[in-house]
Ligand binder design. Structure first.
Ligand SMILES: [Zn+2]
Length: 467
């Protein structure tokens, strides 16, 4: 007998939406079909869509700092907010503190993540690619199932020089990892920031002035060129503007293994939001751009230049979003719960993308890029029963309370969406029903990733010299 049977819904299966039953046993989807016999639990999904659970491959959760503090969103609160928004799997970041190794951080972070309810995998941030780290510790972490390295081309004290970035690319190529890149030009932002501060332009709105699209485009172009030199697949994180996306499109057209990510903030927020009295709450990097950029980002999504939409969830309380000027206010906004509703509403409800494209952008493609597919990201026999029952008609005005995250603000406060998750199943268990989270702390599983084809080098370098 099946554990769960979901009836009467429109199922977004891998091959497209079909009206059928979904049977779950042992935490997995075991059958899609008509007239499947009753299970222990029968869920009536009349009027609802049956979607794959969201896979959010870019979330900052419970990152510890050298002073003993950690980011405000714990794995428990992150799990709650994720389930509320229909997301069941996250890939979050293990930090590297400059001057330190990474193995100790991996062990610590894995224990932290085990306290939550989300299924989880990790990116390893590299800020200090020393011999010991790259030759001894990173291979051990890869053997434990971490298959992506994250680098920053900007931010103090995280940014890498080109030489350090090349070293990370070379190591990733050898070990079979994806490299994910924050693309903005460090020196250019420093120069621009100093000029703005000297002119007394210190308010949050000048955050956007300090890092205009050209600094993102330049770093994107450089990140891609160096990846081409080494012949290493990369994913460009959080693309905010058309001109950076155009660099990815050009790389794809040349056959390079380069993928692009964007986030809801780049199709819903604008630089003008940072000029509000509470402008600090909209500060993230790259910054939201002018309103005319939204349509251009949607076009890049439709063309397949931007492959995935993640939240870049990075939550700070209002009291923490302060500084002596814009350059010292912490960057990042929460978005784990709002991601699916915003993209469904702006995308599917408004006719910009199809339901299939939506599922690809928020679940299937992130799972594929991270080596989690087909266990995650798709409704198909054999896959984990991570399922969202979605009311496509429900109209909701977003409030911070609804997000159920650890902080007192959401940049999406007051936005109207059409389409809302009414229940979330993680491995067949109903972990959220009508906004109430039911999962037990500690029930999330670590997803060790093994080698996957997508991160294989092409075997072709820019000069044919080989790597
Ligand atoms: Zn991030």
């Amino acid at each position: 007998m099946h554990d769960v049977v979901i009836r009467n819904g429109l199922v977004a299966a891998g091959s497209g939406p079909i009206r059928c039953d979904v049977a779950v046993a042992g935490g997995r989807i075991v059958a899609l079909g008509e007239n499947i016999p009753d299970g222990e639990r029968v869920i009536d999904a009349t009027g609802l869509l049956v979607l794959p659970g969201g896979v959010d491959s870019h979330c900052h959760i419970e990152e510890p700092a050298p002073d003993g503090s950690r980011s405000e969103e714990s794995f428990i609160t992150a799990s709650t907010t994720a389930f509320v928004g229909g997301t069941t799997t996250v890939v979050s970041f293990i930090p590297q503190w400059k001057g330190h190794g990474v193995w100790e951080r991996f062990v610590d972070y894995r224990a932290r993540a085990a306290t939550g309810m989300l299924d989880h995998a990790f990116h390893q941030i590299i800020t200090d690619p020393t011999d010991a780290v790259m030759q001894e510790e990173v291979p051990r972490i890869v053997a434990e199932g971490v298959r992506s390295l994250k680098v920053f081309l900007t931010y103090d004290p995280l940014h890498l020089t080109d030489a350090q970035y090349i070293r990370v690319l070379e190591t990733a190529r050898k070990l079979g990892c994806l490299v994910t890149v924050h693309c903005e030009n460090y020196e250019a932002i420093q120069w621009r920031t100093q000029r703005l501060l000297a002119a007394g332009r210190t308010a949050p709105q000048y955050h956007a002035w300090s890092r205009p699209p050209v600094v993102e485009r330049e770093a994107t172009q450089r990140a891609i060129a160096l990846a081409e030199l080494v012949d290493q697949p990369i994913q460009v994180f959080h693309v905010s503007c058309e001109e950076a996306a155009a660099e990815i499109a050009a790389a794809k057209a040349r056959g390079l293994k380069v993928w692009g990510e964007t986030c809801p903030q780049y199709v819903t927020l604008t630089a003008a939001d940072m000029a509000r009295p509470d402008g600090a709450l909209f500060m993230c990097s790259p910054p939201p751009r002018g309103g005319d950029e939204h349509a251009k980002i949607w076009e890049m999504i439709r063309r397949g230049t931007l492959d995935v939409i993640t939240s870049d969830h990075c939550a700070f309380s209002t009291s923490a979003k302060t500084g002596q000027d814009f350059s010292t206010i912490p960057n990042g906004i929460p978005g784990l719960a709002a991601r699916l509703p915003l993209i469904f509403s702006e995308g599917v409800s408004k006719g910009r993308i199809s339901l299939e494209q939506f599922c690809a952008l928020v679940a299937t493609n992130p799972a594929k890029l991270m080596g989690l597919y087909p266990r995650k990201g798709v409704i198909a026999p054999g896959s984990d029963a991570d399922i969202v029952l979605w009311d496509p008609k429900k109209q909701v005005r977003l409030t911070n309370t609804m997000m159920q995250h650890a902080v007192d603000n959401t940049p999406y406060e007051g936005m109207e969406v059409t389409g809302w998750p009414v229940a979330t199943l993680r491995r067949g268990e109903v972990v959220m029903q009508d906004g109430v989270v039911l999962a037990q702390p500690g029930s999330g599983q670590y997803l060790a990733r093994s080698a996957y084809d997508l991160v294989l080098p092409r075997g072709v370098t820019a000069d044919g010299f080989g790597a």
